[in-house]
Design a protein around this ligand. Structure first.
Ligand SMILES: Cc1ncc(COP(=O)(O)O)c(C=O)c1O
Length: 418
């Protein structure tokens, strides 16, 4: 375990986002390069050393006796993980499938629906690419139709989302896939309003909550969505490759993994097929999933108020950080504060075309190479707007966002000069 301070000393260390603290006292818990201004937790997360150490202990156990680990221990260990995840997201553990990532979780839902040609899947134009790509494949193979609700960006408020989505429901709508927190635009969508409204019209909802755990509180039982997928490697800071799928009890019977393992045909009357399938999906390194409880404990233990305090802290910092960037670089917010979790996306001016990039936009290269700032710069495809996204995590301070703002000011001016 790391000898760095956790909540025992956090009263003294509690990071007030208003303070001018240049480096977060929590930064040293993470293995991030100290030379980087890392304001992109949203893409892949970042894992504290203590959590990686917990994963290492599971890995050592696996390698001491792989047969015992996979044949005997894994199932019991996975049940413990399910209990912890269930308590964190408010659902029954029997419907929880810990999987590699949200991409697999989303694909699993699509693979378990008996599609008929002409069935419609309703999405918004803020959805993440992996689910949309899978739907495009289904559309070609099974004749389903993808119907896209256009949600303006920047957005005025949650009503704009509800109105856009509900206007696209037809008698053929079979499923709606709606992000809780959108990826490119970093907006919290009102899934608590949309889910009952859609399901009340006979449309099952798959909530893409990839960014939800650790960024916003959630209670899946009261949300009532047919399906919910999430990620732990992002905002809970668990090791990479830690996602989950929740399937509501009335959609669970016959719900199977996309690839059936060698154990799928075994008679096990004492254990539900849903659990057995997802306990073991073929040989893999399951130790990241087993370390999810360590991440919940460690990161949630960094502030005296636990996870609610961590989420509040990161939200406040994201909003203040966004304001600092807007002020420095002359940009405007993408939505009201209440529609932000711990990230914010800002529209930036167009650039001269033709410059090379290792990412999606040469500005991201410039931020990294000239300022050591890690922030994603993309196009929001539906409108073609060029955007930059920032993320706030315990290891950040307001200074990080001031540096992002200054770097953007300098680089956008350089772009204007050509
Ligand atoms: C909203 C959303 N859904 C799904 C995904 C896919 O997550 P993963 O790469 O962990 O499968 C992402 C990834 O960033 C995302 O932002």
């Amino acid at each position: 375990m790391s000898a760095l301070p956790n909540h025992a000393s956090a009263d003294r260390l509690a990071p007030d986002p208003r303070s001018q603290e240049r480096v977060s006292v929590f930064r040293a818990h993470w293995a991030l390069d100290p030379d980087l201004v890392f304001v992109n937790h949203g893409s892949y997360g970042a894992t504290p050393r203590a959590v990686l150490e917990a994963q290492d202990r599971f890995r050592a156990r696996m390698e001491r006796d792989p047969v015992r680990f996979f044949k005997v221990d894994l199932e019991r260990l996975m049940d413990g993980v399910r209990e912890r995840i269930a308590a964190f997201v408010g659902c029954d553990a029997a419907g929880l499938a810990p999987v590699q990532n949200a991409t697999v979780a989303i694909c699993s839902v699509f693979a378990n629906i008996d599609w008929k040609p002409g069935d419609e899947v309703l999405v918004t134009d803020h959805e993440y690419g992996s689910g949309l790509n899978e739907l495009a494949r289904l559309s070609a193979r099974r004749g389903i139709r993808v119907v896209t609700a256009r949600v303006p960006f920047p957005v005025s408020g949650p009503d704009a989302v509800v109105d856009a989505v509900m206007a696209c429901v037809t008698p053929r709508t079979r499923l709606a896939m709606i992000s809780h927190i959108t990826s490119a635009t970093a907006l919290v969508f009102p899934v608590e309003r949309l889910t009952p409204a859609l399901q009340g019209r006979g449309v099952d909802v798959l909530v893409d909550g990839t960014h939800t755990p650790g960024q916003r509180p959630i209670d899946l039982a009261s949300l009532g969505a047919a399906y919910f997928c999430g990620s732990f490697h992002k905002w809970v800071s668990a090791p990479k490759g830690t996602g989950f799928l929740y399937v509501r009890p009335d959609r669970r019977a016959g719900f199977r993994t996309v690839a059936l393992s060698s154990r799928a045909n075994k008679e096990r009357p004492e254990r539900a097929l849903f659990l057995r399938d997802f306990d073991y999906m073929g040989t893999d390194d399951y130790t990241g999933r087993l370390a999810i409880p360590a991440a919940l404990d460690f990161v949630g233990g960094l502030l005296p108020g636990g996870w609610p305090a961590v989420m509040r802290h990161n939200h406040d910092l994201a909003v203040r950080g966004r304001d600092a960037v807007c002020g420095a670089a002359g940009l405007s917010p993408g939505g009201p504060d209440a529609m932000h979790g711990c990230m914010a996306t800002l529209v930036i001016p167009e650039a001269p075309a033709g410059r090379p990039t290792l990412y999606d936009d040469p500005l991201q290269d410039a931020l990294y190479e000239r300022h050591r700032v890690v922030a994603p710069v993309w196009r929001f495809d539906p409108t073609g707007a060029r955007v930059v996204r920032l993320s706030a995590m315990l290891y950040n301070t307001l200074t990080d966002f001031e540096r992002l703002g200054e770097a953007l000011r300098v680089e956008l001016a350089r772009e204007r000069r050509g």
